[in-house]
Ligand binder design. Structure first.
Ligand code: SF4
Ligand code: SF4
Length: 494
């Protein structure tokens, strides 16, 4: 038997039998917020280390001999919390026995759903709608957005909102951050939406922490708006709201409990469920997902641009940001954006093919109003390391996107393992093919949207008009930016 890692097959070579009595006393680590590790299931194959080395060049799981057993311990320590693990979760996808798993929050979510005093709100990541179907006999490219919303309502969620809208807020704030930094000569700017990459920079390249944008990730931007703007509008006590993110990601669990992710006065995201946990919940209730009637996201936080949809693909964050940045950089009018008018300012181009595809590193130089903007997009931390090395050796980049997982969140550590039987029959880089199909489906969603730039989203305009003021305002800084890189609040022009 072989396990596919990074498009290659690795033979599974067990070194111990978990059913036999072993002298090497297994350790069980359930302390971490994101990852659990149960050595009683470990066969010593080391595929976790292979995954961590292949994708990240980190090799965090270290072979440790205990009596007659081989375990793979994080940085050679007993607990994940004692290591520099980024929580990307790629080792979970590689582990054939479930020794490594996400810290499940299904019971916590069910408890909130059963509490009559709680308003439980789901917010769904971009890539979920293109990766759920496979586990229900559908193809990877099938888009099950509406069915997913209906399933959540059947599970008892009061509202279902779209993290794609959170991505529009991240894009809008970040485009201004990029503009400021280019004008101030403080580049490169690193995107911040991947928490595994943030942790990687904090632990391995601390001198670059100031280069990470202070803008919060889409799940955090939307969650804080749910507990502030939406709560005020609905006259709900934010303490009664439970925000549940449904994510392709293990690291988002870690992000949700980071210091500073509590701008509403409590943690803005209460629980994070991975795609796998969500599937488990749906199947546990015997919900026939593909045959459900499609529903729409709830208002007002359910409408997103096409730019928000492509956040789930490597290069998508960059493309979204550049669509907005190009308009902001070229057009002073957007500085004084008329939040009510639907007038679209001078058009910059919409499709940036140069950022798309499954390559580990993509580079481009854009010319925006006579200014050369140099861009790098990396997927996998091993590729990020190469870009960082180039930067340390004097290469100029203005804007750098890094997503830890292969192909971006469509290949996230919390996603289901590929299920499609037809593609499975082809062997080889099956996982890569499926990730690519999910990626293509996101661009299809984008292409089908009438609004494809974050700053043209009417809901975003409405929230700035009614609540935040403008990009980088005092309130925007308070709610949509993190603490580690706070800069001065922008003064609103209108
Ligand atoms: S979660 Fe990611 S960084 Fe941590 S050990 Fe697994 S593959 Fe390595
Ligand atoms: S690439 Fe996406 S799924 Fe993977 S760790 Fe980063 S945010 Fe999570």
């Amino acid at each position: 038997m072989a396990v596919e890692i990074n498009g290659k097959d690795f033979e599974l070579k067990p070194r111990q039998n978990v059913l036999q009595n072993r002298k090497g006393k297994p350790f069980r680590d359930f302390d971490d917020i994101a990852i659990t590790r149960d050595e009683s299931k470990c066969i010593g194959c080391g595929l976790c280390r292979t995954a961590c080395s292949e994708y990240n060049n980190l090799g965090i799981p270290v072979e440790t001999k205990v009596e007659d057993c081989f375990y793979f311990r994080p940085d050679g320590k007993l607990k994940v919390t004692e290591s520099n693990c980024t929580r990307c979760g790629q080792c979970i996808l590689a582990c054939p026995t479930g020794t490594l798993w996400e810290k499940e929050n299904i019971i916590d979510v069910k408890k909130d759903l059963a509490d009559p005093d709680k308003i439980v709100i789901a917010q769904i990541a971009p890539s979920l709608r293109v990766s759920l179907g496979e586990s229900f006999g559908r193809n990877p490219e099938d888009i099950l957005e509406g069915q997913m919303i209906t399933a959540l309502k059947k599970l008892g969620f009061d509202f279902v909102f779209d993290v794609n809208l959170g991505a529009d807020f991240t894009t809008y704030e970040e485009a201004y951050d990029l503009k400021d930094r280019i004008l101030e000569g403080k580049t490169p700017l690193f995107t911040s939406c991947c928490p595994a990459r943030v942790k990687f920079i904090e632990d391995f390249h601390p001198k670059l922490v100031g280069n990470i944008t202070s803008v919060r990730s889409p799940q955090e931007c939307l969650a804080v708006l749910i507990k502030t703007y939406f709560a005020q509008k609905q006259n709900i006590d934010p303490a009664k709201i439970s925000v549940v993110s449904i994510m392709p990601c293990v690291a988002k669990k870690f992000e949700s409990r980071r210091e500073g992710e509590n701008k509403s006065g409590q943690f803005d995201v209460d629980w994070v469920l991975t795609t796998r946990e969500f599937i488990k919940m749906i199947k546990g209730e015997q919900i026939d997902l593909p045959n459900l009637e499609a529903a729409e996201f709830d208002t007002p936080l359910g409408e997103a641009s096409g730019a928000g949809a492509i956040y789930g693909a490597s290069g998508g964050v960059m493309e979204s940001a550049v669509r907005t940045f190009a308009d902001i950089f070229r057009n002073v009018k957007i500085e004084k954006i008329d939040y009510i008018s639907t007038e679209i300012p001078r058009q910059a181009k919409l499709d940036y093919q140069e950022f798309r595809g499954m390559e580990g590193i993509k580079k481009a130089t854009l010319n925006i109003d006579g200014k050369e903007i140099k861009i790098a997009v990396a997927t996998g931390l091993a590729n990020a390391e190469k870009i960082i090395e180039e930067i340390k050796n004097g290469e100029t980049y203005h804007y750098v996107e890094v997503m830890a997982c292969p192909g971006g969140c469509v290949g996230g550590g919390g996603q289901s393992k590929p299920q499609n039987k037809e593609i499975m029959a082809t062997r080889g880089n099956l996982q890569k093919q499926i990730i690519n199909k999910r990626r293509e489906a996101l661009y299809k969603i984008d292409a089908g949207k009438s609004i494809r730039k974050a700053h043209e989203n009417p809901i975003l305009k409405q929230v700035y008009q009614e609540f935040l003021g403008c990009a980088g305002s005092e309130l925007a800084q308070k709610y949509l930016h993190t603490n580690y890189n706070v800069k001065q609040a922008r003064i609103c022009q209108n």
